[in-house]
Write a protein that binds this ligand. Structure first.
Ligand code: NBP
Length: 491
């Protein structure tokens, strides 16, 4: 048999796999392609991959035989059992130190499990977030690899050359241990939900509040795209709003207002609840999609529930539009602050050593949330890798202070109009809660102790003989209860 020629193998010749192969081929790597339905290998070689260095394989054995050692094989197949099935099929043909990479949208607990199972067998596993859809896969995605750390030196060159580049830097770096690559991709998708919801709320305020036509709203977004909000999602929103149907009517106004979801936003919200972290904006973005989905019920409700009479706006319109830009910017800062808080909490719990500046750098290009703003987040974590919160960074601290008055005016006005702003509002509520030295949780603790003997602690300096220091205390509030307290644990 001839010497192996393949730098890397790829299984899964659907939209992502084919485009990633062509991208890696352009960067000078020899890729060996395989697919469950093997006729797709022949179709690919005869069409899209014609004239390239791409090699085909018609069995897993042939694929593995064609790869240089350590073998590197990327799976780009439907997440779930298909990934486990391919891992099982590959194992008999792999040797110690060979690397299986899952580039699909897998749930991170599966990647934790797969890393542990394969490492126990002497193989290496990488779960890599791949973002940017078809376009990203073809011309440079954001790649977020994590898993068996020993695999990184072997895949680094291929990954960093294949990924998007921003200012000569690759949008790919090693994320961390076990399932951290897929975890970070999940948080990326959650943040994407939040960014999209914020933009949709700004559109709603401009349209229903100020009564501005889509073509003019497109101009506003185009202007915003030259400032602090410069990002892919703002850019495509301007393009969408300018896009008219054949009759000259903006196409967006003809699209049914029911948002779909494939689950990664929900996973992020669930992960936030599991970690006990207040990632409220992504949660609201997921719930806003749920509310949008009950269209028929909303139509019925709109007939019987009245909101306030919507008065025409009498203030300075340009000032209000500038306020809205600041509201969007400040809310976005909060959303990313929450996303990084979540990663920090999970990293603590799972003993991951996450590279936060690297994560922000990976998201600067090649993915849906790419933006100039991520360069500022990169700088914040480069200055201080242990930054507790983005709001403690000087740049973001100043930015939210500057945005604050306009942000409050926008939410107050939207409230008076009866236009829902779940993401803007939750961002401001988080901000006000986060900056509060005292919150009313003292009353909640008293209620819990009153009805369930759940105990409370006393504020430092307010102790006395009845209320001792650093002790879980139960008070008989009514004189009828006993003195036994409930056992204490945190859910
Ligand atoms: P799909 O998610 O549509 O998956 C198609 C591939 O999965 C084909 O190769 C298919 O083989 C294989 N497959 C399926 Br479906 N069921 C299988 C099974 N039970 N056993 C073995 N193979 C099976 O492709 P995609 O849209 O290119 O996405 C690939 C991965 O990348 C997914 O995890 C996706 O979530 C993720 N992703 C997608 C995007 C995007 O924009 N599309 C972006 C980022 C990440 P067959 O040809 O024999 O049916």
């Amino acid at each position: 048999m001839s010497a192996p020629v393949g730098d890397i193998g790829l299984i899964g010749l659907a939209v992502m796999g084919q485009n990633l192969i062509l991208n890696m081929n352009d960067k000078g790597f020899t890729v060996v392609a395989y697919n469950r339905t093997t006729s797709k290998v022949d179709d690919f070689l005869a069409n899209e991959a014609k004239g390239t260095k791409v090699q085909g394989a018609h069995s897993i054995q042939e694929l593995c035989a064609k790869l240089k050692r350590p073998r590197k094989i990327i799976l780009l197949v439907k997440a779930g059992p298909a990934v486990d099935s391919f891992i099982q099929q590959l194992e008999p043909y792999l040797e110690k130190g060979d690397i299986i990479i899952d580039g699909g949208n897998s749930h991170y607990p599966d990647s934790i499990r797969r890393t542990q199972e394969l490492e126990a067998k002497g193989l290496l596993f990488v779960g890599s977030g791949v973002s940017g859809g078809e376009e990203g896969a073809r011309h440079g995605p954001s790649l977020m690899p994590g898993g068996s750390t020993a695999a990184w030196p072997a895949i680094k060159e291929i990954f960093q050359k294949t990924s998007a580049q921003v200012n000569g830097e690759p949008c790919c770096d090693w994320v961390g241990e076990t399932g951290s690559g897929h975890y970070v991709k999940m948080v990326h998708n959650g943040i994407e939900y939040g960014d999209m919801q914020l933009i949709a709320e700004a559109y709603d305020i401009l349209k229903r509040g100020l009564g501005i036509h889509e073509s003019e709203i497109a101009d506003i977004f185009t202007t915003w795209n030259k400032g602090v909000l410069d990002s892919f999602l703002i850019e495509i929103t301007a393009n969408i709003l300018k896009f008219n149907d054949d009759d000259g009517v903006p196409l967006v106004t003809k699209i049914l207002d029911k948002a779909g979801q494939k689950g990664t936003g929900k996973w992020t919200a669930i992960a936030a609840l599991d970690a006990g972290t207040a990632v409220t904006l992504i949660g609201e973005a997921v719930f806003a999609r749920c509310l949008s989905a009950i269209k028929d019920e909303r139509v019925r409700a709109s007939k019987v529930i009245n909101g306030p009479q919507r008065e025409p706006f009498r203030g300075d319109k340009q000032q209000f539009i500038d306020d809205l830009e600041q509201a969007l910017y400040a809310s976005k800062i909060i959303s990313y602050t929450q996303g990084f808080m979540l990663m920090r909490e999970t990293a603590k719990e799972l003993n991951w050593n996450l590279n936060y500046a690297g994560i922000a750098r990976m998201w600067r290009g090649g993915c849906i949330i790419k933006s100039v703003f991520l360069g500022d987040i990169t700088s914040a974590y480069e200055k201080n890798k242990d930054l507790e919160s983005l709001l403690f960074d000087n740049f973001f601290n100043k930015a939210v202070h500057k945005a604050q008055p306009g942000w409050r005016r926008v939410i107050a006005q939207a409230c008076l109009w009866g236009i829902p702003t779940p993401a803007f509002s939750t961002a401001l509520a988080f901000f006000d809660g986060y900056r509060s030295e005292v919150v009313p949780a003292n009353l909640i603790q008293a209620q819990r102790d009153y009805f369930g003997a759940h105990t409370f602690r006393v504020v430092s300096g307010k102790e006395n003989s009845r209320l001792p220091k650093d002790t879980d205390i139960h008070i008989n509030w009514t004189g009828r209860g006993g003195n036994v307290s409930a056992s204490s644990y945190s859910a």
